[in-house]
Write a protein that binds this ligand. Structure first.
Ligand code: FES
Length: 253
């Protein structure tokens, strides 16, 4: 659980205490507790403390967000199957999975915010704290690493003004808030190694110059590396690109 999502807990040193007021001023995130403290906290929990599903009529949900979540829910026989698309909608709407956004999605879906929070904190593509506007995920798994992913990540960080060590250990936002750069595990596009996902689109193979150009284009609001976009590359097994005219001429001769 990230700090941003750490919820107040009862004082583990006072098991059985009914509420936070009675427990005293200490409010600590559970991920900072020792195993013994967690155990005492769990033992002090009562069924009536369980989180409830927020009532939809009591939560103000933006129309667009509600529409996207309801559209996702309509595609699945099990409501919970729509949890990931719902989280994606929250992230798209707010830029990250805010606590209020989770509450809104939970109200629409009829689940607890805690259920959605458990998914948001588990999956790497969800942000549970504010990050830079454009997301650059640089793959540094084996294929990309062998082809220079470390240098590529450093080049993105240098261009963004972000710390490369932090980018490689959880991700980091640029000081101007425009970019979030993160080293990532295999993104499933090893054939274009070294590659990066930029705002959800794949680009590769990339070098340091591409990284600098991409950052400039993102800041300027321009199209990013059209020649390196996977969407613009010929599909495997698809039509061959036009042969070199010299080859064509030679074949015709
Ligand atoms: S190793 Fe980079 S996409 Fe697979």
């Amino acid at each position: 659980m990230s700090k941003d999502f750490a919820r107040p807990t009862r004082n583990p040193a006072a098991p059985g205490v009914a509420d936070e007021e009675a427990a005293g001023p200490e409010i600590r995130p559970t991920n900072e507790m020792s195993a013994g403290e967690r155990l005492r906290l769990i033992e002090s929990m009562r069924p009536e403390d369980a989180e409830t599903v927020p009532e939809l009529h009591a939560v103000d949900v933006p129309d667009k967000l509600r529409e996207r979540i309801e559209a996702a829910m309509s595609k699945y026989p099990e409501i919970r199957s729509a949890a990931l698309p719902a989280l994606w909608a929250v992230q798209h709407h707010y830029g990250w999975c805010t606590r209020e956004g989770l509450r809104q999605a939970a109200a629409v879906m009829g689940v607890t915010p805690g259920y959605l929070e458990s998914l948001a904190t588990f999956y790497d593509l969800f942000r549970t704290s504010p990050v830079g506007r454009h997301q650059v995920l640089v793959c540094h798994n084996i294929s990309c690493w062998l082809r220079g992913a470390d240098d590529l990540l450093s080049a993105f960080c240098e261009a963004a003004g972000a710390d490369a060590h932090e980018a490689d250990h959880g991700g980091v936002s640029s000081p101007d808030g425009e970019l979030f750069v993160k080293g990532f595990e295999c993104l499933g596009a090893c054939d274009i190694a070294p590659m990066a996902s930029i705002d959800g689109r794949y680009y590769g193979p990339l070098d340091a110059d591409d990284a600098r150009t991409a950052v400039e284009q993102l800041r300027a609001g321009a199209e990013v590396l059209p020649d390196k976009a996977l969407a613009n590359l010929p599909a495997a097994g698809g039509p061959e690109p036009d042969p070199d005219p010299r080859v064509k001429a030679a074949e015709g001769a």
